[in-house]
Structure formats: structure tokens, C-alpha cells
Design a protein around this ligand. Structure first.
Ligand code: MOS
Length: 685
């Protein structure tokens, strides 16, 4: 390989810093109208009336669409995980959560649309609501997810009873919001019975497919383009409200309509991580060998859509134990539908498991690093399947060396610098690797270049740059001969940028198309679809691994915790581009830092509404919060996936919060089992 593995800056980097790269809301469209969404202010009930006449004559107003006037949508449309009521916007008077779109006001300018939306009188008949999540809520029911099936291996009760040391604790994480820098925006227009859209999302093909069903069109009647995306973090994996409403508005008024969410609307109407309450029981022999791991997780969901937070995935991957039991419980509430966010399942799951491992190490009087090394499994602890590659130990030991872990006195509250308490902590992580079906085509052009077309999208991670290198190596030509086309549903079926499976899925398709073109002696066009060739993936445990080390200071007078150092060592298979991959895992670690110390969506139990739907109230790590961060990769190669790659998208996030929480314990002697570790919580302890 000549291009894969070489650090190169982003292909579109110059365009982004000079402002020529266009995001969804930047693209000039002739005849454009602007839509402003009106969100429900009540949490459950029915719309009694919307007085359109009150705003109809305001300057620039073209019209208002509500449930009495909206074009009909097809109720058979489904989301990623099945039936999804949040797709069916403006179809009836029911209000399922606070923040539900109840109307779209369309006007000649954005300001006119927003003014009329703010003035639109909407009245409701309110019903009692339930937004209060508790793990033992009577509505809770067992949840089975595709990626995280419950397991019950061995005799957990007997192993716990036979253990020398047992740790049993509960860990809580709040609602968190994806908060991509670019708000969700879509522009839609109709060309006869064809629907065209420019949208900010994580996968134009899957979004276009949902849109086609919603509007009862064939897939080739819908085209969605997604040129540049300013982050998604999970929240743009759906066919979002901005796109559905823009398409409804364009249909109704016969002109292109652009809908861009405000920051508050991004909080109120797009995906969040659910609130989660986890119970972990670990039993070990006196020498630290695990006998039992019992991990139960309860989380809130919406009644509108099934989305299940797979918190126990790592629990079946990281450590050997004689008995392992996992269980997921979903609690349906009248809330904004949760969806995948930054290491879904694994990020909160690792906070619980890796905090509990740290507690176990303390109880055993054992180095937390040593505890992990002693429980390294030979095969998948729950599946019994071999690991395709497993380099967790390399991450732990290389990281420990670089971080200076052997200098650590494992007793808490011993290091001081002036008034500050100093501590260090570590955590291990895994995130499953794999690929989903994608198509790709490669055309040999007369000028000796190659056009590589794939319906991929680049969220800002460097996907364009990575895929160009992958195509060059797959064709055995220089990168200057590759012309890449992505970001367009018309390029054919492709998995989106999500689940840490974008690059692997696309690389697979590009590699197959390149092989076919080489068989064709580099002539014509080679088109492939990998649906059939992914068959061997389930025969192995496939995961990226990492170890994260953190150093924090805690101020006992103010309760302020600051992260001073973070080091992440990663095994993500063949690193396609060390520059952008490092940036991606550093970004993930910052997300983990933010989860540990800052992020917390707050809901008023009386009204059921979010009370901090902006960046003043919802804190995210800013530059001043981000310390010296180091990230590096250990040698790794995934034998089951072309080019040997695994995903880099989410592993950076996973376990960072646990490493920080463990460091806070080491600094202060106080264990924080609820995130975020706010200064008032530190002071109370
Ligand atoms: Mo990711 S949270 O699968 O976009």
C-alpha cells in the first residue's frame, strides 16, 4: 500500500478554511423560500387550533402548513430500527413530546418566516404526561437489540457467592445532546414528480430511501445531496425534520423551501442520548480473576420509535469471566425520541463497567492496569468466537509506559499541588467493527484517471481523503489519478457515516470495484454491490480497542475538576490516514471529557420541557477545558476487512469518561457514579 497509511491533509481543507466549501444552508438556489418550524410547547396532548389567519398577512409570508393542510405522508415509512412515528410530521393533531413540530411557516426570507412563526397562535388540549425516568418504572420492558442481545452464561449468582470480593454499584448518565456545530438544514424542491434535496445528514442514500417511502415515490424519483456536513455525532443518521418539512413545504407552495433548525430546535427536535441507569455487579477471586460480570442497564425511549441503547456490548467483549449476564430495559416516556449519539451504548456502558473495574481494583488493593491484564480473554467471553485481532493489552501497556503509570501510588488523595488534589485514572474500551452493504463504481477515463463513485458522506472526519487513498491503493495507481464522487444518493446504495462502519463499508465496495476493473484490464466501468460478500463477518469477534489515561486536578474549595492530561492508545486496524484519524480520536476523547464533566440535558418534571436547550445552559467542553491530549495507534490489522481497517469514529469517545471519573476518585477519594461530575457534586462530597 502506497497511499493508505500516509498522513495527508483533508482534500477539501482549503475550501473549508477559505469559505468556498458549502454546507447545506449555503447553497444558492433560485426562487428559494424559507421555512421556520413551530414546535409544541406542551408535552402531551392535542392541537386544538392554529390560527393561520393571524400571520397570513405578515410581511413576506407565503403560507403555513399544519396537520389540517399538510400533504399526506405514507405511514409505512420506517427508520433505521423499524417503525418511526417521528417521521410522520404534521399528519394529525396529537402531540407526543415537547418540541414536536406542529407547523411550518414559509416566507420569502428567513427573518420573515421566523417572525411569523413566533407570532403564530397555537392552542392545545393538554393531557397528563410522564417524562420522569427511573430504572424501576412500571412501564419498563425487556429490550433486545440487534447489536447487543442479552446473555446469561454460567451461573452468575453462584459465582458471585463464591467470590472473595464483590462490587455492586449503580451508575447514572443524563440525557445528552449530539450538538453538531452545523445545525440541521435542508433545501427541497420538486421537479414534477421528482423530489430533489440538499440536506445535512450522515448518509444520503438511506435518507433518500426513507424520503421516497414517505412521499410514496420510487427510489429513483428522489435525490438527496449532502456535500459538506459539519458533524453529526449520530443526530444526522435519520431522515430529519428539516428535510421532511422542507419537502412538504416545497410540495405545497411549488417553490424550493429551505428549513434550517435554530440551535434551540436542534436540542428540542433532534436526536439525544437517553438518560440511563446501570447496575453492575462484579465478583472476583482475591488474585483479581473475575468470576462474574452482571450488567443491567435501563434507559428511556420514546413511544414513537424503538431505539435501544446497547450499554452492555463491551461487557461481553472486554474481560474473561466464568459467568456473564446482561440485560437491557427500555422505559417508554413522553420524550424526544432518543437515538444514537457518540459511541451509542458503549460510551455510557463503559462508564459503568470501567468505573466498577476501578472500584474492584481498589477493593482488591490491585493496580487497575494489572486487574485488566489478569482478565484478558482468549476468545469472545460471551460468544466463544475467536477475535479476528485483539490488541487491548498493547494499548494498555504502551499507554502505561507513555503516561508514566508505573510512578502511580494507587492510594487516593495523596498527590497535592498547592490547594489542588491531583489524580490519575485509566479505562479500557472496545467498539465493534464491521461493514454494511454498499455499492460503488469505478470508471476508467480516457485521460488515464479513474472516477470512483460511492454514496458515502464526509462529516468532516476526512472521509474524502481516506477514500481517495483507499481507491488509489486498490487500483494500484497514484492518488493524483483518483477523482472521487460522494455525497449523493444517486450514486447508489451505500451505508452512511455511522456506527463506526462508514470507512469499512465503503472501502469494501471500492476494493471490490477496483478488483473488478483490474480484471477488466482497467477498461470501462466496474460496478459492485457488497451485499453478498459480507457473509464471513459474523464468524469472529471484531472490535477496535483502546486504553485511555487521564490526569485531573480537583479544587476542594470550589469543586472544580480540570483534566490536565489525556492519553489514548488505539488499535483501530490499519490506520488509513494518521493525520485525520488522530484528529478523529482526539475529537472522540474531547466528547468523552465533555460527557464526564459538562454535558447534561435538564428537563422540568412539571412541564416536561427541556430547560437548557442552548449552549449557555447545556455545557460542552470548550477550548479552555481541553488539555494536553495525546493519541497514538498501536500496530493492528483487521484480517476480515479489506485494507485491514476498523472504524475510528466512536472508539475515541468510549471509556474516556470512565478514565476521568477514575482519576477524580484517585485525586479526591470520592467516587462519582453520576455524570457529569459537576462542581456542586464534587463540593457536596
Ligand atoms: Mo454514530 S453515534 O453511529 O453517528
Amino acid at each position: 500500500m502506497n497511499a493508505v497509511g500516509i498522513a495527508r491533509p483533508r482534500i477539501e481543507g482549503r475550501g473549508k478554511v477559505t469559505g468556498t466549501a458549502r454546507y447545506a444552508a449555503d447553497v444558492p438556489i433560485p426562487g428559494l423560500l424559507f421555512g421556520s418550524i413551530v414546535l409544541s410547547t406542551v408535552t402531551r396532548g392535542r392541537i386544538r387550533g392554529i390560527d393561520v389567519s393571524a400571520v397570513q398577512d405578515m410581511p413576506g409570508v407565503v403560507g403555513v402548513i399544519d396537520h389540517t393542510s399538510a400533504p399526506c405522508l405514507n405511514p409505512k415509512a420506517q427508520g433505521v430500527f423499524g417503525p418511526d412515528g417521528q417521521l410522520l410530521l404534521l399528519q394529525d393533531a396529537a402531540v407526543p413530546f415537547a418540541g414536536w413540530p406542529v407547523a411550518l411557516v414559509v416566507a420569502e426570507t428567513l427573518e420573515q418566516a421566523q417572525a411569523a412563526a413566533a407570532a403564530l397562535p397555537v392552542t392545545y388540549d393538554e393531557d397528563p404526561h410522564d417524562t420522569a425516568f427511573t430504572a424501576d418504572h412500571p412501564a419498563g420492558r425487556p429490550a433486545v437489540t440487534l447489536f447487543d442481545e442479552p446473555v446469561d452464561i454460567g451461573d452468575v449468582e453462584a459465582e458471585l457467592a463464591a467470590s472473595a470480593v464483590v462490587v455492586e454499584q449503580r451508575y447514572r448518565t443524563p440525557e445528552e445532546h449530539c450538538s453538531a456545530m452545523e445545525p440541521h438544514s435542508a433545501t427541497a424542491w420538486w421537479e414534477g414528480e421528482r423530489l430533489e434535496a440538499i440536506d445535512s445528514n450522515q448518509g444520503p442514500f438511506t435518507v433518500a430511501a426513507v424520503l421516497a417511502t414517505l412521499f410514496s415515490l420510487s427510489p429513483d424519483q428522489v435525490r438527496v445531496r449532502t456535500e459538506h456536513v459539519g458533524g453529526g455525532f449520530g443526530s444526522k443518521g435519520l431522515c430529519g425534520p428539516q428535510l421532511i418539512l422542507a419537502a412538504l413545504g416545497a410540495r405545497r407552495f411549488g417553490r424550493p423551501v429551505r428549513v434550517t433548525l435554530t440551535r434551540a430546535q436542534v436540542f428540542l427536535a433532534t436526536a439525544m442520548r437517553p438518560a440511563i441507569d446501570q447496575r453492575v455487579r462484579l465478583g472476583a477471586d482475591a488474585d483479581g480473576r473475575l468470576r462474574a460480570i452482571w450488567h443491567e442497564s435501563a434507559f428511556e425511549i420514546s413511544r414513537l420509535a424503538e431505539y435501544l441503547e446497547g450499554c452492555t456490548e463491551l461487557t461481553k467483549t472486554l474481560y474473561a469471566a466464568s459467568a456473564i449476564r446482561t440485560k437491557l430495559t427500555a422505559v417508554p416516556l413522553d420524550i424526544l425520541p432518543p437515538f444514537s449519539m457518540r459511541g451509542p451504548g458503549a460510551a455510557p456502558g463503559s462508564f459503568a463497567l470501567e468505573s466498577a473495574m476501578d472500584e474492584l481494583a481498589t477493593r482488591l488493593d490491585l493496580d487497575p492496569l494489572e486487574l485488566r491484564l489478569r482478565n484478558e480473554p482468549e476468545v469472545g467471553p460471551a460468544s466463544g468466537l475467536p477475535f479476528s485481532s485483539r490488541n487491548l493489552v498493547a494499548c494498555l501497556t504502551a499507554g502505561a509506559r507513555r503516561f508514566g503509570w508505573d510512578q502511580r501510588d494507587h492510594r487516593p488523595r495523596l498527590r497535592r499541588e498547592g490547594a489542588l488534589l491531583i489524580g490519575t485514572g485509566l479505562a479500557a474500551a472496545s467498539f465493534s467493527a464491521g461493514a454494511f452493504p454498499s455499492s460503488a463504481s469505478i470508471t476508467a477515463e480516457p485521460d488515464d484517471t479513474f472516477t470512483v463513485a460511492i454514496g458515502a458522506t464526509d462529516l468532516g472526519t476526512g472521509a474524502r481523503t481516506a477514500l481517495t487513498a483507499i481507491a488509489a491503493d486498490a487500483l494500484a495507481v497514484g492518488i493524483e489519478r483518483i477523482h472521487l464522487e460522494i455525497s449523493d444518493s444517486a450514486l447508489g446504495p451505500a451505508w452512511g457515516a455511522g456506527g463506526s462502519r462508514g470507512t469499512t463499508s465503503w472501502a469494501w465496495a471500492i476494493a471490490e470495484a477496483a478488483a473488478k476493473l483490474r480484471e477488466q484490464d482497467y477498461r470501462g466501468t466496474a460496478t459492485v454491490d457488497t451485499s453478498r460478500s459480507l457473509g464471513d463477518l459474523p464468524t469472529h469477534e471484531r472490535h477496535a480497542f483502546s486504553a485511555v489515561f487521564a490526569e485531573v486536578s480537583a479544587n476542594p474549595a470550589t469543586g472544580e475538576v480540570r483534566v490536565r492530561r489525556l492519553l489514548g492508545m488505539f488499535a483501530i486496524g490499519q490506520v488509513v490516514n494518521p493525520l485525520t484519524a488522530r484528529s478523529q480520536v482526539v475529537g472522540g476523547m474531547i466528547g468523552g471529557l465533555s460527557m464526564a464533566l459538562h454535558e447534561e440535558g435538564l428537563r422540568d418534571p412539571v412541564s416536561g420541557r427541556h430547560v437548557n436547550a442552548d449552549f449557555a445552559g447545556y455545557h460542552i467542553a470548550a477550548h479552555a477545558d481541553v488539555p494536553d491530549i495525546e493519541a497514538d495507534f498501536v500496530p493492528d490489522f483487521e484480517p476480515g476487512i479489506p485494507m485491514g481497517i476498523k472504524g475510528a469514529g466512536e472508539i475515541g469517545n468510549v471509556s474516556t469518561a470512565a478514565a476521568i471519573a477514575n482519576a477524580v476518585w484517585h485525586a479526591t477519594g470520592v467516587r462519582h457514579r453520576s455524570l457529569p461530575i459537576r462542581l456542586d457534586r464534587v463540593l457536596e462530597e
